[in-house]
Design a protein around this ligand. Structure first.
Ligand code: BG6
Length: 484
């Protein structure tokens, strides 16, 4: 295991405390990273640096599972963490100290993690370069949101590329670190059962849905500028769509996977002002009941009387290629919905000829339900004879595979997985610059069309499944969201 100097810019931020540090704590505990790792966490001032250890301890206790945190483990972990006062925009604060502390490339590999707002990525790169901290082997990890639209995303990527090669740049989409998401490729490409059924001939439509019960969670400023489309669809949902729709790569390596994903993004049919109202639904929550508790509406949470930010979006997307011609991909995501769930539904076509009479019940189309969270399970809905009745009566039943029962030691910490991949210099689960560009190329016209047609979000009550028109998006072609 290589010794590593990991510099986290934004060491006191939510992402670092909530996700990165617990992931590193787990990684050390299971001996996946060397005890010679040093984690530099940048702080804005001396006070923050002095109280860093106690703050970190509190947040680790909060975000790790109870059994994971022990004093003994904490004592080991805290030795790795080095708070450092540093101002990204001021070269006289902290940069020289950081330089003095970092080990040489021969002694430790070097990773920079940008857990900061993208508006200061460029400045951070400049300082890294000015202080000659970047070696050809060092790596930089950047978080979403990468840009606000295609233009700004390209500007950021351009800037990073001035200082880091593409092979040094690791763009994170934490959904790709979820074991269940990686399992999509295993499921698709190692089971002949699906090989000949994964196309327009057998599949009626696909649903990709990530519903959340949380609201703004203190991220009002960021969220109100972004909205659900930029926050969730541009990255997580489109990445899931790529994994479901892509052609099998001829080898499972990062270049081949990225090439196939890129082709999917390039095949997405553009949504414009003519199709915007038929193919997209925007929503914004008002107060309602969430898990038996009354919760505030979006505007109240925002403490504003006016915002057209969408907290819900549903889209009917089309991948225009040979495999998927005519098969709609319904994408849906939103805050303050009825349940926290991420799932993919592959709805197959009905059998081509019906031999059962109507009185024997309906042969429902088969469905493959891939639930990514909160439970990791795969279900296949089939039709069966109701064995409790002597006469043939059709009844839907499920082949139900609970992944956590099959893999009891499986622990789904996406950030740990991705951080370890950066430590191992494995880019397979990171996003290529071209993917970001193509994803924005599809998203930008949607946002422009919303604006040109003055398409405002429809209100929905917190705790429901979103605006009523989202149901119509499917109903018009005799389909329905899978909300069970
Ligand atoms: C983030 C979004 O990328 O993903 C958040 O910015 C969202 O708004 C989160 O809550 C959801 O991630 P997960 O892993 O909890 O489904």
């Amino acid at each position: 295991m290589q010794a590593t100097d990991l510099v986290i810019f934004g060491g006191t931020g939510d992402l670092t405390l909530r996700k990165l540090m617990p992931a590193l704590f787990r990684a050390l505990n299971e001996k996946s990273i060397s005890e010679k790792t040093v984690i530099y966490a940048t702080c804005r001032n001396k006070k923050q640096a002095e109280s860093y250890a106690s703050k970190l301890k509190i947040s680790l206790k909060k975000y790790l599972d109870n059994h994971e945190f022990t004093e003994e483990r904490w004592n080991k972990f805290k030795k790795l963490v080095q708070p450092i006062v540093l101002d990204i925009s001021d070269s006289s604060i902290g940069w020289q100290e950081l330089k003095n502390q970092l080990r040489s490339q021969q002694q430790a590999q070097r990773i920079f993690y940008f857990a900061i707002a993208p508006t200061i990525f460029a400045k951070c790169c400049e300082q890294i370069s000015a202080f000659q901290l970047n070696h050809p082997e060092s790596r930089v990890v950047v978080e979403k949101p990468l840009g606000y639209n295609r233009k700004t995303a390209n500007e950021i990527n351009q800037k990073i590329a001035q200082y880091f090669d593409e092979k040094q740049t690791f763009r994170i989409d934490h959904y790709l670190g979820k074991e269940t998401v990686q399992n999509l490729m295993a499921l698709r490409f190692s089971n002949i059962l699906f090989e000949n059924m994964w196309d327009k001939n057998s599949i009626d439509h696909i649903q990709i849905s990530i519903s959340e019960t949380v609201g703004l969670e203190g991220r009002a400023d960021f969220y109100n500028d972004a909205g659900a489309l930029r926050d969730m669809v541009q990255n997580h949902l489109l990445q899931l769509l790529c994994l479901i729709a892509m052609e099998p790569p001829n080898k499972l390596n990062s270049d081949n996977i990225r090439t196939e994903k890129l082709k999917v993004l390039q095949s997405l049919r553009k949504i414009d002002t003519d199709s915007i109202r038929e193919e997209t639904i925007r929503g914004q929550y008002v107060s309602g009941e969430e898990n038996g508790k009354l919760v505030k509406g979006y505007l109240e949470e925002l403490a504003s009387t006016n915002s057209f930010c969408e907290t819900f979006v549903a889209i009917k997307a089309h991948v225009e290629n040979w495999r998927w011609a005519g098969v709609p991909f319904y994408l849906r995501t939103g805050k303050r919905l009825n349940a926290r769930r991420a799932e993919i539904i592959i709805q197959f076509k009905s059998t081509s000829h019906h031999i059962f009479s109507p009185s024997q019940g309906e042969a429902l189309p088969n469905k493959l339900i891939i639930q990514l969270q909160p439970e990791e399970r795969i279900q296949l809905q089939l039709n069966s004879k109701d064995l409790a009745k002597s006469k043939t009566q059709l009844q839907p039943i499920f082949l139900d595979l609970n992944l956590t029962e099959n893999f009891p030691t499986f622990y789904n910490d996406a950030y740990k997985r991705l951080l370890l991949d950066v430590f191992d210099n494995d880019p397979s689960l990171f996003i290529h610059r071209d993917e970001i560009d193509q994803a924005w190329a599809w998203i930008d016209p949607i946002i422009e069309s919303w604006s040109k047609t003055n398409y405002q979000p429809e209100l929905y009550r917190a705790g429901t499944w979103g605006p009523e028109t989202a149901d119509k998006l499917l109903k018009q072609s005799g389909r329905a969201w899978h909300n069970q």
